[in-house]
Structure formats: structure tokens, C-alpha cells
Ligand binder design. Structure first.
Ligand code: ABF
Length: 218
């Protein structure tokens, strides 16, 4: 099985959580794209979707799947999205695709968060994948200095602007032993919009595609 086939297998398994009449939160990235493509077979059964990025919204619409504004949708039953890393407690690093702020909003507004990934994303200690931080542009240098004090090495994501008009600093060199504490430390910095650590609101279920089949951790 290729890595892409493992992602697709995880996305396929997540379809089982989708029920008639649900409004489903939809993530961003190649694994979420598989989920969107598979969801098109159920588009008549669900009430609609809420997208976590412009890219996902366009893909949903290209399949004729209805997309709603989160303000009109109310609380979502389900959110399905990928991740860059997960630990065994289902704390996540997300934001490699740059959609972390909207992803965190949709995750927060959802009763159940199903994370789908290939099994290379499950790690003992998160941090090898550079931690994305969305920052208001005028705070870039200040936040970068604060990150260095925290022991990280920030790198500006060149040529990238988020859907919200902000920049991303990718933080290298972290070993995240206390994800909730670290998420709070980033959240305290004025100018940080969102840190890509999902520890206060981790996933509820992790579905991993692997060569030996699909593994579910909850
Ligand atoms: C999104 O897509 C992100 O939060 C994460 O950065 C990325 C995972 O990418 P992929 O599914 O392409 O591996 O869910």
C-alpha cells in the first residue's frame, strides 16, 4: 500500500461515522480531500458541510456537496480532518497546509473530531514536524523573538498568506512533552492568532491507514 492509499483507507473508514441529517465539518489537505471525494456518494443524505478552508470549500462544491457558513450551521455533529503529527493521547500538530485557525474553530464547534491519517503521523513525542503558528503580520519579529526564548527556531513560511490574511511561522526544534502547557504558552502571546497544537481540543478518534489495515484509536 502506498502512503496515499493508506490515507484513502483512513478516509473511507471515517465515512462510517457520517449519519443522515448531519452537518459535517470538513478539514483540509490530501487526506481530507480523499474524504471529500468519498463523501460525494452520501451527499443526498447529509444536510450540508462546513469547510475549514477555501480550497476544501471549492472541492466540496465541485462535487455538488452543499457548503454552509458555520454561523448558520450551529453546533456540528462531526468534524473530519487530517493532521501532521499525533501522539497516542490524540494531541495533534496541524497547520502544515496553513488552515490551522479555521480548523481549530471547526474542531471547537464540533461534538466529535475524527482525525484521519496514514500511520507515519503517529509519533511518541510531537515536534519533529515544525509547529505552525499563525501570526498577525506586524507581530512577526516580536513573536519570533519570544519563540526563540521558548527554545524553538521560527522560520517564516515564505510567500504564504493564510485565508485570514496572516503569516505563518513554522517552529523547528521543539520536543512537545506537555502539549496543553505549550499551547497555552503560545496563546498568551499577543499577535499569535492560532498555534497548530490541538491539545485543549484533541481528536476524539484517530483512524490510521496502515499496510496491515486500518487502526482506530479512541
Ligand atoms: C490538514 O492537512 C492539516 O492540519 C495538516 O496540516 C494537513 C495534513 O495533510 P495531509 O492530509 O495532506 O497529510 O488537515
Amino acid at each position: 500500500m502506498t502512503q496515499d492509499e493508506m490515507k484513502k483507507a483512513a478516509a473511507q473508514a471515517a465515512l462510517e461515522y457520517v449519519e443522515s441529517g448531519m452537518v459535517v465539518g470538513i478539514g483540509t489537505g490530501s487526506t481530507a480531500n480523499h474524504f471529500i471525494d468519498l463523501l460525494s456518494s452520501m451527499k443526498g443524505k447529509i444536510d450540508g458541510t462546513v469547510a475549514s478552508s477555501i480550497a476544501s470549500e471549492e472541492r466540496l462544491k465541485s462535487h455538488g456537496i452543499p457548503v454552509m457558513d458555520l454561523n448558520d450551521a450551529g453546533q456540528l455533529s462531526l468534524y473530519v480532518d487530517g493532521a501532521d503529527e499525533s501522539d497516542k493521547h490524540l494531541n495533534l500538530i496541524k497547520g502544515g497546509g496553513g488552515a490551522l485557525t479555521r480548523e481549530k474553530i471547526v474542531a471547537g464547534a464540533s461534538e466529535k473530531f475524527i482525525c484521519i491519517a496514514d500511520d507515519s503521523k503517529l509519533v511518541d513525542v510531537m515536534g519533529k514536524f515544525p509547529l505552525p503558528v499563525e501570526v498577525i503580520p506586524m507581530a512577526r519579529s516580536y513573536i519570533a523573538r519570544e519563540i526563540v526564548k521558548m527554545g524553538g527556531q521560527p522560520q517564516l513560511r515564505e510567500g504564504f498568506t493564510t485565508d485570514n490574511g496572516n503569516i505563518i511561522l513554522d517552529v523547528h526544534g521543539l520536543e512537545i512533552f506537555e502539549p496543553v502547557k505549550m499551547e497555552d504558552e503560545f496563546n498568551r502571546l499577543p499577535g499569535v492568532v492560532t498555534v497548530g497544537l490541538f491539545a485543549r481540543r484533541p481528536a476524539d478518534v484517530l483512524i490510521l491507514g496502515a499496510t496491515e489495515g486500518v487502526k482506530v484509536i479512541d
